[in-house]
Design a protein around this ligand. Structure first.
Ligand code: SAM
Length: 257
């Protein structure tokens, strides 16, 4: 059963847990024993998966992850479990086959860049139909999006790169979750954060648009596989979904999700 949280926003940003260490070798997967159901790892569906930033975080947490994207994703880290399809059609037909579902609908409708160029209205609001499709599956779900999408999300909490040792980007992202759990406190930003091409040692990076050099931006996000400039600009640091995935797994194995 889904427990839709009805917390006053702000409560989720309480200082309740320490930051997580980043993980090592191939995508950092395998450091934590997978949570099992009948001898199998729990299965998570990553909708709008892109080149896999969110997928790798959930895999590090212990899920077996399947990614869905409307475009081919040749750099997706789990090619054997990548499906090219429309996310809403796929989740409607197959969502119930998974134990939990994550969705990162395209942010162009809500992003600051689209607002500046007054092109928001050319992009559909995909968050509302995505939520409806996710709720119909009766599976625990997570919806991720940019800070400007806050009015479209239900009681979201923010994750920031400063919460995770080793990341060099603030890269705020909002998460709406059907399961309640606590996240690290959001600290004041203390260092400059120029775009990647102007980055200096000791600073953080602001990553968007025509990212250059790509390798520096990937390193700042803790992404250990290759991505194009476009994929890099879209990607989520895997540490964010590793944190969420661990909490989700704990809730699911305790039977409260
Ligand atoms: C913000 S990006 C996802 C980034 C990814 N979560 C990551 O961490 O690397 C959004 C993705 O949605 C995909 N997309 C857009 N419309 C879609 C649709 N109708 N069905 C499936 N994927 C779609 C795009 O191709 C793009 O890869």
């Amino acid at each position: 059963m889904i427990r839709t949280h009805v917390l006053p926003s702000g409560l989720v940003d309480q200082p309740t847990m320490g930051p997580l260490p980043l993980r090592g070798s191939p995508h950092g997967i395998g450091d934590r024993a997978p949570s099992l159901r009948s001898g199998q790892a729990l299965r998570l569906l990553d909708l709008f998966c892109g080149a896999g930033g969110c997928s790798v975080g959930y895999a590090r947490a212990g899920f077996e992850v399947t990614g869905v994207d409307i475009r081919p994703q040749p750099r997706y880290p789990f090619p054997e479990r990548f499906i090219q399809a429309d996310a809403l059609e796929y989740v409607t037909a197959h969502g119930h086959e998974f134990d939990a579902i994550h969705a990162s609908p395209p942010c162009q409708r809500y992003s600051r860049g689209s607002r500046q160029s007054a092109t928001n209205d050319r992009h559909p609001d995909l968050i509302s139909p995505t939520r409806a499709a996710l709720m119909a599956t009766e599976r625990p779900y997570v919806i991720e999006n940019v800070a400007n999408a806050r009015p479209f999300l239900v009681a979201p909490f923010v994750l920031c790169g400063a919460m995770f040792p080793g990341l060099r980007t603030y890269r705020h992202r909002l998460f709406e979750c059907s399961v309640f759990f606590l996240v690290p406190p959001h600290q004041r930003h203390t260092v400059r954060s120029p775009r990647t091409n102007a980055y200096r040692e000791g600073q953080f990076m602001t990553i968007y648009g025509h990212v250059s050099p790509v390798g520096k931006a990937l390193e700042a996000m803790g992404i250990t596989w290759s991505m194009t400039q476009y994929e890099t600009a879209q990607a989520i640091p895997p540490a964010y979904t590793e944190l969420i995935g661990r909490s989700l797994l704990d809730a699911m194995t305790e039977g409260v999700a």
